[in-house]
Structures are given as structure tokens and as C-alpha cells.
Design a protein around this ligand. Structure first.
Ligand SMILES: Cc1ncc(COP(=O)(O)O)c(C=O)c1O
Length: 393
């Protein structure tokens, strides 16, 4: 079996990488170790590069047709990896998951309508809702001794009093990496259906389940869920190809789907592009072993980070994720203001992480660390963090 090398440090500067290029504009300086935007610093499965190179060598880049094998590769992947049975007519291409959220928002809601999210959560949800002149209604996650939970009583109450038209669910939930339990999701689906709420379930992290835990698509939990759900997913996080911009949407319910898919097609929002489909198909067809090895590497890195923090920076605690390569760090025991906390990471430790408050005010005292880098880079970063924390005294 081929062994992929995730220890190789690849210089991404001057490759058009947002992670490096946006340091000055977002963090006010260059030369930081970039551990923020959710892509990986690992080389992709070589089959993807080979397939793209093969097509690049043909000198005509005209309008592309989309082969049936592209659609079949997604259907096969979802069935095989998640026991998620999807038919061709239920499936559509979307050029990015956030755009998929935006399309659903524009089609199913009107200006001024309320849309529910559960912060701390992936920040573009709020941006896309407010940018489209809809109103965010928040049902914050509850933090308990066991970790984060969804507040189902709060959800019912907020839905019955605020009457949102849509809910954007994150499953698994970024930034904490929670795969929601089927019972919890069944209750969410029940409350939403009773109250006429369409659910957009962002499942982009669903392929990145850790420790053998299965991903449960929200739409699969009940008939209620099936009737109201728009599911979004992508090979982009899974195989580290977000630059190819290849995502998909699944709508099981025919009534929910027909007008919406027609609107997307008419506006050419769901027309696949050449390199997106080539990359996605090869990834889904030949990338599974690469993915399994990559996830095993991430699991080991999580243990390394956890041990390091316990031994060297006990004031910072890590939430162990059930999915993905993002670690939600609880820094509240440092007793710093959010500005001081960000300065500690950026100015003292020279690290670029996501400020927890990006994900909502509930993120105060937290930072999000992307560990999708060679372990050497992560260990060096942790050492700089430990030194920076020591210098506080
Ligand atoms: C929950 C979630 N949804 C969507 C995205 C972005 O997806 P896309 O690039 O396909 O819009 C991300 C990227 O970090 C994410 O974490």
C-alpha cells in the first residue's frame, strides 16, 4: 500500500495561497505561521494532480461537458462512505458551499426574513445572511462540563417566538468539530417542520470524521428532515482541493427541489466547470486511502497538541473534535481580554489563528487552531505559544 507523506513541509508562499497572502491584511503583519483558514498544507493525492496535468496538456480550454462519471463518483462516495443514498436528480453542482447557502437563502427567503444559526459557528453564515438583508436569529450552543450541546429548549422557544424561515445547521459543527447525535437532529427536524422552517445543512466536514465515528447526514434522520432539508457538501476540505471550487447540493424532497433547481439552472448557478469536475471525480474515485491516512495523521497530531498543552500551557484547554482538523482552544484561564489574547498569539507567538469572536460573541476567550500542517510546524508553533504565555508573568 502506498504511504503518503504528511510530514513534508511545503512552502506555499507565492502559490496564490490565501492562508499566506492575507496575513498582512488580516493580521497586520507578515512572517506569522498561518494556522487559520481551513485548508491543509499537505500535498493532495497524486492521482488528482496527474488528472489535472493530463487535461492541462490539451491546449484547448473550451466550454466543458460534464461526464456522467462525475455525478456517479459523488453518488458512489456518499453511498459507500456514509450509507447516504442519493439519486442523480437529487444532486446538483454548486460552486462552493457558502454560495449554496446563499442560493438557498435567496430562493427560499425574502429581505427582512429571519434565519437561525447557532453560534459559535462558521462566520460566513452570519455574513451571508446579513449581506443579503436577512436577519440573524441566534440560538447559542450551551457549554457544559461535558462540552458543547445544542440547546433544544432554546431552539423551540426561538423558533416559536421569532418565526425564522430558515435554519443553517453546521453538521459536523465548525469550529468545535461536533457531529450532532441522530436524536438531537431528529428533534431539530421535528421542531423545524412543525414551524415551516427550511433547514440548510452544511456537511462539508462530514468526510473528516475521526476515531471511526460515523457521519450522520441530517436529512437521513427522519421523514421530517427529508421534507425540509437542503444538504451541502464538497470534496474540497476532504481532499484539500478548495481552490478547484467544486461542491454539491442534495435535496431529497421533490417539492422543495423542483423550483429551486430550475432557478439555479436558469441562472447557471449550478453549471460545473472543467477543473472542478475533473478534480472531484478523481478525488472521490481514487482518494480514499489518502484520506484515511490523512485522518490518522490528524488524530495523532490532536494527541500531540493535547499532551503539549496539558504539560506546558495548562491555562489553554483543547476540545477534542469528533471531526475535522480544527481545534477549538479554550483560553479563558489566561484571564486576558480578547484583544490581549489575539496580541499574545500574533505579536508574541507570531501565530495566525482565527480569533474565537469571529464565530460569534460566544467565542470570547477562545481561538481556533488549524492543525492541518506537518507535525513539525505544529510543534514549533506550540513551543512559541508556550514561550509567549511564560513571558506574560
Ligand atoms: C462549515 C464550513 N462551510 C463551508 C466552508 C467553505 O466552503 P466553500 O469553500 O465550499 O464555500 C467552510 C470552510 O472553512 C466551512 O468550514
Amino acid at each position: 500500500m502506498k504511504k503518503y507523506d504528511f510530514d513534508q513541509v511545503i512552502d506555499r508562499r507565492e502559490s496564490g495561497a490565501l492562508k499566506c497572502d492575507a496575513l498582512q491584511s488580516l493580521f497586520g503583519k507578515t512572517g506569522l505561521t498561518p494556522l487559520w483558514v481551513a485548508d491543509l498544507d499537505f500535498a493532495v493525492c497524486p492521482d488528482i494532480t496527474e488528472a489535472l496535468m493530463h487535461r492541462v496538456e490539451h491546449p484547448v480550454y473550451g466550454y466543458a461537458s460534464t461526464p456522467d462519471s462525475y455525478w456517479q463518483s459523488i453518488i458512489d462516495w456518499l453511498g459507500h462512505r456514509h450509507d447516504f443514498k442519493v439519486s442523480r436528480e437529487e444532486l446538483a453542482f454548486v460552486p462552493g458551499v457558502v454560495r449554496g447557502v446563499a442560493y438557498a437563502l435567496n430562493y427560499f427567503t425574502n429581505r427582512g426574513d429571519k434565519v437561525l444559526i447557532q453560534q459559535p459557528v462558521y462566520h460566513p453564515f452570519k455574513m451571508v445572511i446579513e449581506g443579503n438583508e436577512r436577519v440573524v436569529v441566534n440560538n447559542p450552543l450551551k457549554i457544559t462540563e461535558k462540552g458543547y450541546e445544542m440547546d433544544l429548549d432554546g431552539l423551540r422557544q426561538v423558533i416559536e417566538t421569532e418565526h425564522p424561515k430558515m435554519m443553517v445547521l453546521c453538521n459536523p459543527h465548525n469550529p468545535i468539530g461536533i457531529q450532532w447525535d441522530a436524536d438531537v437532529m431528529r428533534e431539530v427536524a421535528h421542531i423545524c417542520r412543525e414551524n415551516g422552517v427550511v433547514v440548510v445543512s452544511d456537511e462539508i466536514h462530514g468526510d473528516l470524521m475521526l476515531y471511526g465515528k460515523p457521519h450522520i447526514p441530517f436529512v437521513s434522520v427522519s421523514d421530517d428532515a427529508k421534507a425540509i432539508t437542503i444538504t451541502l457538501g464538497a470534496p474540497s476540505k476532504t481532499f484539500n482541493i478548495p481552490g478547484l471550487v467544486s461542491s454539491w447540493m442534495v435535496v431529497k424532497d421533490e417539492q422543495l427541489r423542483n423550483g429551486f433547481y430550475h432557478w439555479m439552472e436558469t441562472n447557471e448557478f449550478s453549471s460545473p466547470t472543467m477543473f472542478a469536475t475533473i478534480g472531484a471525480e478523481v478525488a472521490y474515485t481514487h482518494g480514499e486511502e489518502w484520506l484515511n491516512q490523512m485522518l490518522a495523521y490528524i488524530e495523532e497530531t490532536i494527541d500531540v497538541v493535547n499532551k503539549f498543552l496539558i504539560e506546558n500551557v495548562p491555562q489553554i484547554k483543547m476540545f477534542r473534535p469528533q471531526a475535522s482538523f480544527l481545534l477549538w482552544l479554550d483560553c479563558r484561564d489566561l484571564n486576558l481580554s480578547q484583544t490581549q489574547l489575539v496580541n499574545l498569539f500574533v505579536d508574541k507567538a507570531r501565530l495566525a489563528l482565527n480569533d474565537g469572536t469571529m464565530f460569534g460573541k460566544e467565542g470570547e476567550g477562545f481561538m481556533r487552531l488549524n492543525i492541518g500542517s506537518p507535525r513539525k510546524v505544529i510543534v514549533e508553533a506550540l513551543q512559541r505559544l508556550a514561550d509567549a504565555v511564560k513571558s506574560l508573568k
